[in-house]
Design a protein around this ligand. Sequence first.
Ligand SMILES: Nc1ncnc2c1ncn2[C@@H]1O[C@H](COP(=O)(O)OP(=O)(O)OP(=O)(O)O)[C@@H](O)[C@H]1O
Ligand SMILES: [Mg+2]
Length: 270
Amino acid sequence: MAGVTLCLINQKGGCGKSSTCFHLAGAFAGLGYSVLAVDADPQGSLSQGFFGSDEIENLPAEQTLAAVFDESTFFVDRRQLIRQTSFDNIAILPTNLHLATFNAPTPESAGMIQYSLRDALDEIGEYDVTLIDCPPNLYQCSWNAMIAADYVVIPVPPEDFGTQGLRAVHQCIDNARKLNTNLRRLGHLITRYDRRLLVHRSYEARLRTLYQEMVLDTVMPEVSAFKVALACRQPVQAYAPKSKAAASMRALAGELLTRIENRTNRKTMA
Ligand SMILES: Nc1ncnc2c1ncn2[C@@H]1O[C@H](COP(=O)(O)OP(=O)(O)OP(=O)(O)O)[C@@H](O)[C@H]1O
Ligand SMILES: [Mg+2]
């Protein structure tokens, strides 16, 4: 497979962006793909998931993604920023609060910094799958992710009834597509879903009516295995491969790959 880069975007906090990135990395790795997890959120949740908070919080800026945004560290070889995790096939470009100073709220007028992540990933070279976790806003870090990515996944919690928020996300994707014409939407991913709740079933129905095939068939259930595995610093695929959580993540990885394949074929035909 040619390398693909996916970013997870939503300005809504706590909707499962980092959790999905973390466990999806495990699912892709379990399928035999080499995965690069890029933590583009100054909160550093994805990095802490793999290495714990003490190790990540103490990293100097020049050993994190912040170096990629900082003109004064242009001499740092981007490949040196990559850390191997304790899982075969999963490497990470880590982040901590040093990135916050670069997450400016008006990214589109920011000159060459908009391309920092894209250029760094070009320099780092190819992984089968690169997953970029983004902060809960549409500032410079999310913008850089969209400029660097081939595909966007939009995790949505099934109780987010404000359409305003999603509209802003789609507007931002449209704007990013002016600079990155490769960028495609893979779909909305319903996260933290509890089938027993009428409110969740109603939300799902409404989202599918509104966005049709732009909603992924796979839905991420709210199950404690995701949290427990994360607390043990293991993707659920490694922690409990036979669990419902692991099966859901594998299904998501499979559906994303199918959608990517279909879109690639369509592009070739066009
Ligand atoms: N499907 C799920 N089942 C159970 N818990 C989940 C699930 N998805 C996420 N969580 C938990 O919900 C919390 C928020 O998830 P997460 O950190 O992934 O959200 P986020 O969108 O990255 O948040 P932020 O916007 O702050 O970056 C975490 O404690 C996570 O473990
Ligand atoms: Mg997060």
